[in-house]
Ligand binder design. Structure first.
Ligand code: SIN
Length: 323
């Protein structure tokens, strides 16, 4: 069936990751090098792709070629600029981004915070390299395209192993399994089943501040925000070293309800007195920190430590809110 649609293109942006990885042995699913295969070649490998596209045309761009554990501000700045440019084209329906699994949740949350809402931006990935005996990348790409073509899709989502996750909720929870992601207590937005998306919740809900991404400054000037963790035996040593190094913000990944050892609390309060902004999140993978009057440090409002870091970095940039 040929879909009738006025917007005809889907832009595919490649950034690297295991989905573009290669290993010397096809049976080796961990000893590979990520970010080796171009994004166009990844799709060229998929049989019957044209039938899946229902008349949409694909446009490719290799924005970066990195292992996502090395994801950085320079790539993010370029990615948001290229994504925003694509979304602004009247003949573009949506954008699909291929990405490594390790930091895909951070990139998704970053993009959601700075891109105009509306047209879908679908990030996808793989846990096995493209050279594997049984790679998961091709099916994930097809599933991402199904979401990118779906009339109900909007905003930034992550698609992996047939599951559609909201940018705000998604977390990598497994180092090896193909179904490596969870949306925690919120649950997924839906599933992709034989090219059909079964939504169970609206992808449009947004509760966070939305910044004008076109006003992002040069990446070298983005404020440095680091994460410190509370753990048995934690002290203020790391906090004092980071303040000395000039950090502008700190996210404290607290224990339980965002609690912090006495010495970490003292060091963070001293950091705040020196002008460093501090936010408390929790090491716990589920739930969120419940504010209590005895804690003077602000809470991250349900964000995991890595996403709270992104939110604080953006807040410190002084960007204008999106109009
Ligand atoms: C990466 O994040 O780039 C490497 C790991 C992966 O994609 O699974």
């Amino acid at each position: 069936m040929v879909h009738t649609h006025s917007l005809q293109k889907i832009v595919i942006l490649g950034t690297g990751g295991t989905i573009a990885g290669r290993s010397a042995l096809r049976s080796d699913n961990i000893g590979y090098v990520a970010a080796q295969v171009g994004v166009e070649a990844l799709l060229a490998d998929i049989p019957d792709l044209a039938a899946h596209l229902m008349g949409y045309e694909l446009v490719f761009e290799q924005v970066a070629q990195v292992d996502s554990k090395d994801m950085n501000e320079t790539v993010w700045a370029r990615l948001v600029q290229r994504t925003a440019h694509a979304l602004a084209q009247p003949d573009v329906q949506s954008v699909v981004i291929t990405h490594g699994t390790d930091t895909i949740e951070e990139t998704a949350f970053f993009l959601q915070s700075v891109l105009p809402p509306g047209k879908p931006v679908v990030l996808t990935c793989a846990m096995r390299p493209a050279s594997a005996l049984s790679p998961d990348g091709p099916q994930n790409l097809l599933d991402a395209l199904s979401v990118a073509m779906d009339a109900k899709a909007s905003g930034v989502v992550v698609v992996c192993a047939g599951v559609v996750h909201a940018a705000e909720q998604v977390q990598k929870i497994h180092p090896y399994r193909l179904d490596a992601f969870s949306s925690g207590e919120a649950g997924p937005l839906g599933w992709v089943e034989e090219a059909r998306v079964r939504w169970i919740s609206s992808p449009a809900a947004r509760t966070r501040p939305l910044w004008d991404g076109s006003a992002l400054p040069a990446p070298s000037t983005w404020p440095q925000v680091e994460i410190v963790m509370n753990h048995a035996g934690s002290t203020g040593v790391v906090v004092r070293a980071l303040v000395q190094a000039g950090v502008r913000g700190l996210v404290a990944a607290g224990t339980g309800n965002g609690t912090l050892s006495q010495s970490l609390t003292e060091a963070l309060q001293q950091a705040m007195a020196n002008g460093v902004q501090v936010v408390r999140s929790t090491r716990c993978p589920l739930g969120q920190v419940i504010p209590a009057p005895e804690f003077t440090i602000a809470v991250a409002q349900g964000l995991s430590p890595v996403k709270a870091r992104v939110a604080l970095q953006l807040a410190l940039m002084g960007l204008p809110p999106a109009s």
